[in-house]
Design a protein around this ligand. Structure first.
Ligand code: GLN
Length: 387
């Protein structure tokens, strides 16, 4: 038979999602793919029950139901200070996964370049390949995961069409400072590049760090496609509700891409989520506090086990240094960890462009009893895993 498309030969299935299957196979506590094991807010669930009986059950407007876009514009206005027009500056997508893909396809032709910081969320590699764009990787240097301005400018000198910015950052937990973002903004302007943000962890930031919206920096709204989702903010990762916010000129094109990719996000779920978008500031404060407690519990547990790890400023991932265990392959390490210790993790190599294989990523978006169980199991790691 004829060979299949060349573009799909360029990447594997998602290692993150594969590790969820491995965790299920071995009955491991799944700290690999980042999603909560606790319920979404009760008000959202009530609204879902109402939508089940009251509808809508047919297609919403392809770029998002009117009331959803209005509530989203209002919420983002509150947090960003930007005056967002729900009629022309929003497209609602199936998760930020589609938002990012649609954003890259909106901006890039085959052969165009996009800057991606490394480590990076693995979807960006596939986004680039599927849209024909070529990534230019710029390292974030541990332990602070700072970028070097000269290295970044050298990347811009290759005339990329766009830069992808994950902030707060998955997997390293970096929250970019205003100064760092201003530096990116200056370069984006100087070299006339778009900025595509992935801000799904915008509300999960640990003190004293603060999330700064790139689009809200002076002059940046015009060249930014802000992607985000409701998945992490309202603990509804399975609902697949995401969006792009950008100037009308960009959204007009993004809507075309979105329309032919998926037609639209699920109508009853958009309806049910509106109540969440209208939550007051106390909801977001409580969310932050709850994640700060989970972070403290989990990182203190790792410290007690004397495991070297990163110190996330935002998002809900932590990277563990596994050098002491003597594995050559972090993938093999993660398979053994799921099978012998009973904890699911993601091999760090799936996030780095550089040949890094001494890190694994765990997440702590779980109930406290789940995190305690994972820590109990990790306590056995040194006896069960040493090579
Ligand atoms: N963002 C999540 C992670 O990094 C996964 C999201 C997804 O699988 N779509 O684990």
């Amino acid at each position: 038979m004829r060979e299949l498309s060349k573009r799909t030969a360029g990447f594997t299935d998602s290692v993150i999602r594969r590790m969820t299957r491995v965790s299920l196979q071995y009955g491991a506590v799944n700290l690999s793919q980042g999603f909560p094991d606790f319920d979404p807010p009760g008000e959202i669930l009530d609204a879902l029950a109402n939508a089940a009986h009251g509808g809508p059950h047919q297609y919403a407007i392809t770029w998002g139901a009117q009331n959803f876009r209005e509530a989203l514009a209002e919420k983002q206005r509150r947090f960003t200070g930007l005056d967002i027009d729900p009629e022309s500056q929003i497209v609602v997508t199936c998760g930020s996964t589609e938002a990012m893909m649609a954003a890259v396809m909106t901006v890039c032709d085959p052969g165009d370049r996009v800057i991606v910081f490394s480590p990076f969320y693995e979807n960006y590699g596939a986004d680039a390949i599927l849209s024909g764009a070529e990534p230019i990787y710029v390292p974030l240097h541990p332990p602070e995961f700072n970028f070097d301005q000269d290295e970044l400018e050298a990347a811009f000198q290759q005339r990329p069409k766009a830069l992808i910015l994950c902030n707060p950052s998955n997997p390293c937990g970096k929250v970019f400072t205003r100064e760092e973002l201003m530096c990116i903004a200056r370069l984006a302007e100087k070299y006339d590049a778009y900025v595509i943000t992935d801000e799904v962890y915008e509300h999960i930031v640990y003190e004293p760090h603060e999330h700064v919206y790139f689009a809200a920096l002076p002059g940046m709204f015009e060249r930014t496609l802000s992607c985000s989702s409701l998945s992490k903010t309202y603990s509804i990762t399975g609902w697949r509700l995401g969006y792009i916010i950008a100037p009308a000129r960009l959204i007009e094109v993004a809507r075309k891409v979105h329309d032919f990719l998926t037609v639209g996000a699920a109508a009853p779920l958009q309806e049910a989520a509106v109540v969440g978008l209208r939550f007051g500031d106390d909801y977001y404060r409580a969310l932050r506090d709850s994640y700060a407690r989970k972070r403290a519990l989990f990182l203190n547990g790792l410290d007690a086990l004397k495991i070297v790890h990163t110190d996330p400023q935002g998002a809900y991932y932590v990277m563990l240094d596994i050098r002491e265990f003597g594995y050559e392959s972090d993938l093999e390490f993660c398979e053994d960890l799921a099978r012998k210790v009973g904890v699911g993790a993601v091999p760090g190599s799936s996030f780095f462009h550089e040949p890094v294989n001494h890190l694994i990523r765990l997440h702590f978006a779980k109930r406290e009893d789940t995190l305690n169980e994972a820590l109990n199991r990790l306590e056995t790691m040194r006896t069960k895993m040493r090579r």
